[in-house]
Design a protein around this ligand. Structure first.
Ligand SMILES: [Cu+2]
Length: 121
């Protein structure tokens, strides 16, 4: 199962159609600030999902901004690439019940979501 997930993620990266990361390095006199901007497709169904997704992402150390759109299912992220990665953030989201284009939520976790949050057909 783990192999299948890795394969799906690798395939995803090859096609480069889903998750994207862009890294910007700004150097000032004394500090080097590195910020990565990324986009993840995250499944969800309501406002509660939005809160859960954004809170989970913001709880990841290094994440500065997380904004999810209920309409497009896109999660716009800004984070420190030295502290975290799109892959790590995606894994946390799958752990709290939301499928992403990189990780799938465990069926047991999904089943425990409130009825209004059921996004699978
Ligand atoms: Cu919901």
């Amino acid at each position: 199962m783990r192999k299948m997930i890795l394969f799906a993620a690798a395939l995803c990266m090859l096609t480069a159609s889903c998750a994207t990361v862009e890294t910007v390095t700004e150097t000032t006199a004394e500090t080097v600030v590195e910020t990565a901007t990324g986009m993840l497709m995250v499944q969800g169904a309501c406002g509660m999902c939005k809160t859960r997704i954004e809170e989970a992402a913001l709880n990841v150390n290094g994440v500065a901004r997380a904004e999810w759109s209920l309409e497009t299912k896109e999660l716009a992220l800004q984070f420190d690439p030295g502290k975290t990665s799109l892959d790590a953030i995606s894994e946390v989201l799958a752990e709290v019940g939301h499928d992403t284009d990189m990780h799938k939520t465990d069926d047991m976790v999904y089943a425990a979501l409130p009825e209004c949050c059921k996004y699978r057909e």
